[in-house]
Design a protein around this ligand. Structure first.
Ligand code: PBG
Length: 326
């Protein structure tokens, strides 16, 4: 019998010394919601522990996260008014644009600001693109996404993350950003994004549930894995700088497969449903929330992710700080 692995498990310090998976607070991204108004800090019922800020109070939220050690953020905007063409998304005084300016003014390069680029929070129908004859029209959506990316970059975004799954998005954004001189703004593509029931709490939080139909014509069928790799390759061809796999826990195989196939950074998005499940089961005393949070995060990195986008960013930063994980 080989006793070596048992010897390696013998002491807590040695176990930590020989861990195969390493985590760093630098690789955590914290998603945050910004709604229109002033002085607002409101709880999100579907995402216990998460809040919506207005563009002025968001700096308080950033301050708290910075104290916990988290420095990278992903923003979602919730406009007051929605319309057919999602104009709030590319309004230079839109909620996200205002928030970006306020945060950059206060924190400069101490923070890294990423914007989720999608029309679904801004359209009255809740779809990620323009509707033409009851159908989400791919090509006419692209210029609007490029316009949105540009307005985010002008307001201070460090990186954009298109999540709408329209074909040709990355090329359109790259061209749009480059032509205005934003050649150094990276694009993190939601390349492998499944049509997932795990986004339920988010749609409630962001008020972005489709008013008719579903997202299955543009998000991926969870029966497929080759398709995920194909989409990732297409986005890399179009010059994506980082890629996202989403949701995270149900897609560990995809993360591992992508890890084998590509050498760009892979971000896993542990989505609202993953967070809400752990929260709810923890509150019901069915599982130990802290330990399940830690194990879930580590397993996502173990599968091959470089970056973790998670609503637990602050708590995970604390766990890493204590040495419980990482
Ligand atoms: C926008 C978008 C969604 C999420 C991130 N960007 C919702 C969706 O595709 O329906 C989900 C994030 C989460 O569930 O935490 N398209």
């Amino acid at each position: 019998m080989d006793i070596r692995t048992r010897r390696l498990r013998g002491s807590d310090l040695l176990r930590k010394m020989t861990r195969e998976t390493r985590l760093s607070v630098n690789s955590l991204i914290y998603p945050m919601f910004i709604r229109e108004g002033t002085g607002i800090v409101e709880d999100i019922p579907s995402l216990e522990g998460q809040v919506r800020y207005s563009p002025d109070t968001i700096v308080q939220g950033i301050e708290i996260a910075l104290k916990a050690g988290v420095r990278s953020f992903l923003f979602f905007g919730l406009p007051e008014e929605k319309d057919e063409v999602g104009s709030g998304a590319y309004d230079e005084n839109g909620v996200v644009q205002q928030a970006l300016r306020n945060i950059k003014k206060q924190f400069g390069s101490d923070v890294y600001l990423i914007t989720d680029l999608c029309l679904c929070e801004y359209t009255s129908h809740g779809h990620c693109g323009l509707i033409i004859k009851d159908y989400v029209d791919n090509d006419s959506t692209l210029p609007l996404l490029a316009k949105t990316a540009l307005s985010h970059a002008q307001a201070g975004a460090d990186m954009v993350a298109p999540s709408g799954m329209m074909d040709g998005t990355i090329a359109a954004l790259r061209q749009g950003l480059d032509s205005e001189g934003f050649i150094d703004i990276p694009i993190m593509s939601y390349a492998a994004k499944y049509a997932s029931a795990f986004y339920g709490p988010f749609r409630d939080a962001a008020g972005s549930a489709p008013q008719f139909g579903d997202r299955k014509t543009y998000q991926m069928d969870y029966h497929n894995s080759n398709e995920a790799i194909k989409r990732i390759m297409i986005d890399i061809d179009e010059s994506a700088d980082l890629i996202i796999v989403k949701p995270a826990l149900p897609s560990l195989d995809i993360i591992a497969k992508a890890r084998e196939a590509i050498n760009l950074p892979i971000a896993a998005y542990s989505v609202s449903g993953e967070y809400a499940m752990i929260k709810a089961a923890g509150a019901a005393d069915l599982i130990d929330e802290y330990n399940v949070m830690c194990e879930s995060a580590v397993s996502i990195y173990r599968a091959g992710a470089d970056i973790l986008i998670t609503y637990y960013a602050k708590e995970l930063a604390a766990a890493i700080g204590k040495g419980d994980i990482g």
